[in-house]
Design a protein around this ligand. Structure first.
Ligand SMILES: Cc1cc2nc3c(=O)[nH]c(=O)nc-3n(C[C@H](O)[C@H](O)[C@H](O)COP(=O)(O)O)c2cc1C
Length: 178
């Protein structure tokens, strides 16, 4: 199973639109997929006692059991916020890291996509995220995809241009073979 993570809680984000395109591409390739959209999650896991697995909300443990532990591959789509990944994405990773972390990520593969209205396509943030994923034992495959000037690449219906869609398709094909 491939779990695709939309890496911001910002309502109406372009990251979520890119994620939807990636989901559609993966499904068209016949890949079994699941989605974690950080914008759909309660933020009740963020508090000063969150760093103890006993204090994790039941819904978050259930999400890990449904969408992370059974996954073999991850595609993480992360916007660029102040030259890196959103703090919310890192807080989410920190929260889930205190419960069955190895079963969630160790020895598995991830591919990364960056989303920005600026020129960099979150390249630096993808490097930061690669380091974090490696730290928790998840291997990031080469070829992280920066999407720059995203608003010029998405139409009113939320569909990405052909070139970007093709690049996502190639990345997913590479990921599920890894
Ligand atoms: C808090 C915040 C910081 C941002 N910092 C950057 C940045 O450093 N570089 C950049 O190109 N875009 C930046 N942006 C704009 C995002 O690239 C833009 O919103 C893009 O659509 C991806 O974010 P989204 O998924 O939230 O829409 C920032 C947006 C927010 C909300």
């Amino acid at each position: 199973m491939l779990t695709i993570i939309s890496g911001t809680n910002r309502t109406g984000s372009n990251t979520r639109k890119v994620t939807q395109n990636a989901l559609d591409i993966a499904k068209a390739l016949g890949v079994e997929t699941d989605l974690i959209d950080l914008a759909d999650l309660s933020s009740d896991f963020i508090h000063n006692q969150q760093y103890n697995g006993d204090n994790l909300p039941d819904w978050l443990k259930a999400l890990q059991e449904k969408s992370l532990i059974p996954a073999h591959h991850f595609l993480i789509v992360s916007p660029e916020y102040n030259g890196s990944i959103p703090g919310y994405l890192k807080l989410f990773i920190d929260a889930i890291s205190v419960y069955r972390l190895k079963e969630c990520f160790a020895g598995k593969r991830a591919a990364l996509v960056g989303v920005a209205t600026g020129r960099a396509g979150n390249l630096r943030g993808l490097d930061h995220l690669s380091s974090i994923m490696h730290h928790i034992g998840c291997n990031v495959i080469p070829g992280s995809l920066p999407i720059s000037k995203v608003t010029s690449l998405i139409n009113k219906e939320g569909k990405l241009d052909q070139g970007t869609s093709d690049a996502i398709k190639v990345l997913i094909e590479k990921l599920v073979k890894a």
